[in-house]
Design a protein around this ligand. Structure first.
Ligand code: URA
Length: 244
């Protein structure tokens, strides 16, 4: 009881700090899940194009040996959350805590990301989370263009297998790589884009990285505006599903 009261106070403080005055309808984000059958066939494949499910992709990446980032990383960070969710969140690369736990966004940035998502009543179980790069770059440096080029096919395959209805790209590196643009996150955020891969077209929202917000807290209000765009899109998609 006390805990939930304290959480409410904490959430309100966060809302005030972020400069958002909208009331969020907490009932809207029971985002309809589409049922996808994920095969549990564990057969080893040696080529991405032959991979037909997430467990095969995970195994493939865990066994991949052509990226030197893997040599210094403790773990391959593949995903967290609900693979059947319609919302897929894609960050940049694991940090220290993610490397230790083998899960994306579990350190300081992850805690802030959770808060941002909680604001529109989304939690880690109602979305699916991955990174562009599955191994921690030493010292948390940015991945090189070569490393990005090597790992991009993994995340594209990951998106293709999960086929989310919405993509949330967290930070400049994932936004630039997946939207195939040189524009920075300041220009990309604030409006919906389309991620395209062959036949696949997915509404995509780039947002500032929480690590950037930890350094520049005044930018939180922009992320909160973006997250309200996400909330609106979820409501629209829910309506479409209900009217289908
Ligand atoms: N930053 C990211 O982009 N991804 C993580 O998993 C952690 C921090």
């Amino acid at each position: 009881m006390i805990n939930s009261f304290e959480k409410k106070i904490d959430d309100l403080k966060f809302q005030l700090e972020s400069g958002v005055s909208e009331n969020i309808d907490l009932s809207v984000n029971d985002f309809k899940k589409t049922t996808k059958t994920i095969s549990i066939d564990e057969q080893e494949n040696n080529s991405l194009s032959e991979i037909s499910n997430l467990s095969e992709l995970k195994k493939y990446i865990e066994e991949y040996s052509e990226c030197s980032l893997k040599d210094t990383a403790k773990n391959t960070v593949f995903c967290d959350g609900n693979e059947n969710s319609n919302i897929m969140i894609i960050g940049e690369a694991p940090g220290n805590q993610e490397d230790i736990e083998g899960k994306p966004f579990v350190g300081k940035s992850g805690k802030l990301l959770n808060k941002i998502l909680n604001f529109i009543n989304i939690d880690r179980n109602s979305c699916y989370i991955a990174n562009i790069i599955p191994w921690r770059p030493p010292g948390n440096r940015n991945p090189s263009s070569e490393e990005l080029k090597t790992c991009l096919p993994f995340i594209k395959k990951h998106i293709n297998l999960t086929k989310p209805k919405i993509l949330l790209l967290v930070g400049s590196i994932s936004a630039k790589a997946l939207l195939e643009t040189d524009l920075g996150i300041t220009k990309l955020r604030g409006e919906w884009k389309i991620y395209k891969d062959g036949e696949l077209e997915i509404p995509t929202l780039p947002i500032f990285h929480p690590a950037y917000l930890l350094r520049r807290p005044t930018m939180k209000s922009l992320v909160m505006r973006d997250i309200l765009l996400l909330n609106k899109k979820i409501k629209e998609l829910n309506k479409e599903i209900i009217n289908d």
